[in-house]
Write a new protein. Structure first.
Ligand code: ADE
Length: 373
């Protein structure tokens, strides 16, 4: 391992940077976060890109920045609104941490993003990668980065046929050793672009400007690096959710997931885990109403199946059956059910403003169609 690192002489590194930057100047995508040196905009983009494809991130990035143009605007907004702008990106904790961090930046740094590693790394949600990205991309400081694209690229350049997790420290060292003296931000955009466009999971080596420097290419190992870990074991489960309305009006019962839950801060229909397989056809509305009655302590009647959707969460493949039903009596205040910290009867004009998991938003649309037709 030491040998492969040693093979990268200063001269090789200089040649690598030259070819990479030449390629980048011809093939770079015109992305909105590449037109700015604003550390806040770069930070938002990098948090989004940690979990989302570039093509999806662009629209979210533009909307987010328009509404929350700087840390002060973000810190002043209610978390609920921030989550609504994040809706569909997933990993909502990242949005909550971005918001918490913006409040610290306003409180402790006068609204300006710090340009020192020690001050960045202590902010909520900021790890070594994000700190390095902000420092290099916005401030041109010599801080290395390592994310999915660069990790894959470096493992192949070095020809290391091992899981990335086992050589993280060496990869960070390599990343640091490659840094140019100037234009560090541009260099980082270029390595990420090469990883994202050429050195992909299925690499396009014929398009690669540095393939002659790549040990995996020389050894015919590009397809077996990075070493694949065991594929996740998928688990099928069936859940049910119910849009619950009172007998006489059109409000909906929603609960807000509590802190510590995956969707903390998001609102959702009452939902029950139904069984540990994909149950088709959907359970009868009577069965569902009865189980939900027991769960929330209200008598529920007139259930109708609306639709069924599939979605995935980590290794779970979820089949979700969705119903609409009414309570037998007038709405009253309810104790939060398990996993929530607040429950409310919500007007439909209001649920448009509340953040929800993306699949629940799909259920809202299905409910509107169901009730219109
Ligand atoms: N992935 C993470 N950050 C990126 C960036 N700035 N450009 C392309 N892909 C990325």
């Amino acid at each position: 391992m030491r040998q492969e690192l040693a093979d990268w002489t200063a001269q090789n590194k200089a040649a690598f940077r030259r070819r990479l930057l030449g390629w980048y100047s011809r093939h770079r995508r015109d992305l909105p976060w590449r037109k700015t040196r604003d550390p806040y905009a770069i930070w938002v983009s990098e948090v989004m890109l940690q979990q989302t494809q570039v093509a999806t991130a662009v629209a979210y990035f533009q909307r987010f920045l328009q509404r929350f143009p700087d840390p002060t605007a973000l810190a002043a907004a209610p978390l609920e609104e921030v989550l609504r702008y994040w809706e569909g990106l997933g990993y909502y904790r990242r949005a909550a941490q971005l918001w918490e961090a913006s409040r610290k930046i306003v409180g402790q740094h006068g609204g300006r993003i710090p340009d020192r590693f020690e001050e960045l790394i202590v902010l909520p949600g900021v790890g070594r990668y994000t700190a390095g990205a902000i420092l290099s991309l916005a401030f041109d400081k010599p801080a290395p980065i390592l994310e999915a694209n660069t990790e894959r690229l470096y493992l192949r350049l070095l020809g290391w046929q091992v899981p990335a997790g086992t050589v993280k420290q060496h990869l960070w060292e390599f990343a640091e050793s490659l840094l140019p003296r100037r234009n560090i931000g541009q260099f980082h955009q270029a390595v990420m672009e090469l990883g994202s466009l050429v050195c992909r999971k299925k690499p396009e080596c014929s398009l690669c400007p540095v393939r002659t420097m790549c040990r995996a290419f020389a050894l015919g190992l590009t397809n077996s690096i990075p070493r694949r870990t065991n594929p996740p074991q998928y688990v099928a489960i069936t859940d049910v959710a119910v849009a619950l309305l009172p007998p006489e009006d059109e409000r909906l019962l929603l609960g807000r997931y509590a802190g510590g839950e995956r969707w903390a801060g998001l609102w959702d229909f009452p939902r029950l885990a139904w069984c540990q397989e994909h149950q088709q056809p959907a359970p009868s509305a009577e069965q569902v109403c009865q189980r939900l009655s027991q769960r929330i302590g209200l008598r529920i009647v007139n259930g109708v199946h609306v639709t069924s959707v599939r979605h995935s969460v980590t290794r779970y493949r979820i089949l979700l059956h969705f119903y609409v039903a009414r309570t037998a009596t007038a709405p009253r205040s309810l104790a939060p059910w398990q996993g929530t910290d607040q429950v409310r009867w919500v007007e439909q004009t209001e649920w448009e403003r509340l953040p929800m998991p993306a699949w629940s938003r799909r259920l809202c649309r299905a409910l509107e169609r169901h009730r219109a037709g």
